[in-house]
Design a protein around this ligand. Structure first.
Ligand code: ADP
Ligand code: MG
Length: 246
């Protein structure tokens, strides 16, 4: 019995910056509740792919479907689309002059027009969920990097996205803070959140990923279940990338 629905589908996506062809004929499908992990060397196009999925970058060719519906800037308000596709970046980009709770409720109130009392109630629930129940009223500057990133996750979740994109969420963290962010992400995955995660954390990819996608030079070279990609990659390039990062 498999009645999962398709959340994201990318069909022959191409993206260039001037003469630089960064994404080449990308096909990718992400089903509901799946965790897709993107791996690949720096410069291979992973961030650009996520940014195209969130319409922070505009594709040059191909189609992007969300919930089976083809999304175009001529037919859709991309701000609405961005609410449905949450994103967490390497650098947390919190508002420094707002409290932790203030950061989380900002967009629900000002972008979605939620009522404040409700946004506060929901925001506290999300902060509890990411383990920051004692930090509602402090300012970001007083937090560790791992705590800041968990605020950023709560802030993205506050918009009730259908899918969450993570772009190297632990790369800027001190090593001892990586685990707390990965375990927050793992819990989210276990609750059924659909996620696309760019990471160099191969342990996370293996443990939490349903699918691992290896990108090289703007192309998807190989994708498969984590054990296929890590233990028996079909492509030599995948094998050499994996042995370089393990
Ligand atoms: P990754 O996330 O895998 O490291 P990126 O998607 O950031 O790769 O970058 C892919 C390529 O696109 C790189 O060559 C990078 O320099 C280039 N690139 C990314 N963003 C821009 C941009 N805004 N303008 C021009 N080139 C860019
Ligand atoms: Mg990147």
């Amino acid at each position: 019995m498999d009645n999962k629905k398709e959340i994201i589908r990318v069909d022959q996506l191409n993206k260039s910056f001037g003469d630089l062809h960064v994404l080449k004929d990308i096909d990718l499908t992400v089903m509901e509740s799946e965790v897709v992990v993107l791996i690949g060397a720096s410069g291979s196009g992973k961030s650009t792919l996520l940014r195209c999925l969130n319409f922070l970058e505009m594709k040059n060719g191909g189609d992007i479907f969300l919930d089976g519906e083809k999304i175009n800037k001529s037919t859709h308000d991309l701000n609405d689309i961005r609410q449905r596709v949450g994103m967490v970046f390497q650098h947390f980009n919190l508002f420094p002059h707002k409290t932790v709770l203030g950061n989380v409720i900002e967009a629900p109130i000002h972008v979605k027009g939620e009522n404040k009392a409700n946004a506060i109630k929901e925001g506290k629930k999300l902060l509890d969920k990411v383990g920051l129940e004692d930090k509602y009223d402090v300012y970001p500057s007083t937090l560790s990097g791992g705590q800041k990133q968990r605020v950023a996750i709560a802030r993205a979740l506050a918009m009730k996205p259908e899918v969450m994109l993570f772009d190297e969420p632990t790369s800027a963290l001190d090593p001892e803070l990586v685990g707390e962010v990965l375990s927050t992400m793992k819990e989210l995955a276990e609750e059924g959140m659909t996620m696309v995660v760019v990471t160099h954390e191969m342990g996370f990819a293996r443990e939490v990923g349903d699918w691992v996608v290896y990108m090289h030079d703007g192309r998807i070279i190989e994708y498969g279940h984590p054990n296929e990609i890590f233990d028996q990659p079909r492509e030599e390039r995948t094998r050499s990338f994996i042995s370089s990062v393990l």
